[in-house]
Design a protein around this ligand. Structure first.
Ligand code: SIN
Length: 518
């Protein structure tokens, strides 16, 4: 580093202190960059982003970000608060007129440039995801590809934000509907997909012509900051994307992001409990909202299922991200006639998993995000076992770590806590059933309804069951739904609105023009 701190002592404040903070920032970011071991260390940013400037918290407070596989500190980011949030919202509002006036082709091209940069930096971005989230490098690569695919998809959507002409029953009248961007958008995202949950929202927002304030989770802020850096390189103008990092001040930051009159829409992915809180805040100004909240996915194996496919589906559906996705199977219902065979084949696969540091190529499953997540799995296993469930595989937390051994429980009783609460961990709970009617009732006996899955080769049953499951998304003979092109979202307490697919409309208002006297 060429900067010599000793020179700053010769300067009078405030120059001395500003040199000092530049020096401290450079040191913090170069230390963090070295922990990530990237080809392009410029992707590691340890400051928030407001109006195109990388900045610290006003009081200099920071949040420590750790690698869940080792509990080692990766770096710090600012602990921002209300003042920084207001500035970020003002910056987004200032940037909105110019960004929304760009042609859809211009916005398309910038999004495609960002998509290309994400591909160019694929390995680095995957590494950041793995280091801060703990998922394996293969999953980190998969997430980066998934994340970039939202930008490609919404770039295409940007140029197709058609309105419509509605024939009028009145004489000499013409009705036309146009679509306009809503304005400044607040985006609040979870740690389980540090990158993809941002692009799924931000891609749609930018394509529509909106500007954004993003609050990434305190566990995984570096992916968000790297995306913002690439967005800058792709030509996204200052103020269009702003990032506020926070942990302790999340209450005041979240409130401002939801209640500010300048913000016109809130998009959130996370738990149902937090979604309800944010919905109450957003209701104070009747904002548009999109909420992708918790799930409790049923996964049903009928007696006519192809068992090889059902086992493979359960492995990916239940254990993706070590069970930490909102669409992971939470309850696995298996017909009594194939129950023993399914349980034995699934056990064989799960017993062969290798948990470990996601950077090691031999690791098949990484840690959970933190010790609280491990404690929840322990609670669910203990409760089920106490009520009569049998442990077929695993069942134990690894002491002094964030690892939990991938687990299969058999004969889980219906009153086990895990049937009503999302586990969000590597725990497959098998429940036996006998009839289609019975299993549909069991599957729907929950307040949430995000995803559901079933395996059956009977076409009539496939239609019947798919229609009857109270969820927003059904996987039939597959354990994996996620793609940028689909309407992703739930029913009941799993949320409001749809992301991906035609989700750009969630970031646009329809305006009716009625022309008379024609
Ligand atoms: C989520 O867990 O919220 C998203 C999962 C996905 O997009 O596959």
């Amino acid at each position: 580093m060429s900067f010599r701190p000793v020179y700053s002592l010769l300067l009078k404040p405030p120059f001395r202190s500003s040199y000092r903070s530049v020096y401290l920032y450079r040191m913090a970011s170069s230390q963090a960059a070295s922990k990530f071991g990237l080809k392009d260390s410029g992707l590691i940013k340890t400051q928030g982003l407001i109006d195109g400037k990388w900045i610290d918290a006003k009081d200099g407070a920071t949040i420590s970000v750790t690698n869940p596989a080792t509990n080692e500190e990766l770096g710090t980011v600012p602990e921002m608060g209300l003042a920084e949030t207001k500035e970020a919202i003002d910056a987004a509002a200032k940037a909105f007129p110019a960004w929304s006036k760009k042609t859809t082709k211009e916005r398309h091209d910038i999004l495609m440039k960002l998509y290309s940069l994400m591909q160019e930096h694929h390995e680095d971005l995957a590494r950041i995801i793995t280091l801060e989230n703990g998922k394996t490098l293969a999953e980190g690569r998969g997430e980066n590809a998934y994340s970039a695919s939202f930008l490609e998809w919404f770039a295409g959507e940007a140029v197709r934000t058609y309105g419509e002409q509605i024939p009028s029953p009145l004489p000499n009248v013409r009705n036309v509907v146009i679509k306009q961007p809503v304005g400044v958008v607040s985006i609040l995202t979870p740690w389980n997909f540090p990158s993809a949950m941002i692009t799924r929202k931000l891609g749609a927002a930018l394509a529509a012509g909106c500007t954004a304030v993003i609050k990434p989770p305190p566990e995984t802020p570096f992916s968000a900051l790297a995306l913002a850096e690439l967005a800058r390189r792709a030509g996204v103008p200052d103020g269009v994307i702003n990032i506020v990092t926070t942990l302790k001040n999340v209450g005041e930051v979240g409130k401002e992001m939801c209640e500010s009159k300048i913000v016109k829409k809130v998009s959130f992915t996370g738990s149902t409990g937090v979604a309800k809180l944010l919905a109450g805040m957003a209701a104070t100004t009747l904002k548009k909202v999109s909420f992708e909240a918790g799930g409790n996915a049923p996964f049903i194996v009928f007696d006519d299922a192809n068992l090889d496919e059902a086992v493979a589906g359960a492995v990916i559906c239940k254990f993706r991200g070590s069970g930490q996705t909102c669409v992971c199977a939470n309850r696995i219902f298996v017909h009594s006639s194939v129950y023993a065979e399914f349980a034995s084949r699934l056990s064989e696969k799960v017993a062969a998993f290798k948990i470990g540091n996601g950077l090691e190529e031999s690791t098949t499953h990484g840690p959970l995000i933190h010790s609280r997540a491990v404690e929840k799995v322990v609670r669910h296993v203990d409760d089920a076992v106490q009520k009569g469930a049998q442990i077929l595989v695993g069942g134990k937390a690894v002491p002094n770590s964030n690892f939990f051994t991938p687990t299969i429980l058999a004969d889980v009783p219906v009153d086990a806590t895990l049937n009503s609460e999302e586990t969000f961990g590597p725990l497959a709970a098998l429940v036996k059933f006998d009839t289609e009617e019975e299993v549909i009732k069991l599957a729907n006996a929950t307040d949430v309804g995000l995803a559901g899955y079933f395996f059956s080769r009977d076409v009539g049953r496939a239609w019947r069951v798919a229609e009857k499951l109270e969820v927003g998304m059904v996987g039939i003979n597959t354990g994996l739904l996620s793609q940028a092109v689909i309407p992703f979202g739930g029913v009941k307490e799993s949320g409001l609105g749809r992301e991906g697919g035609h989700g750009i409309s969630e970031y646009m208002n329809e305006k009716l023009m009625v022309f008379g006297g024609i």
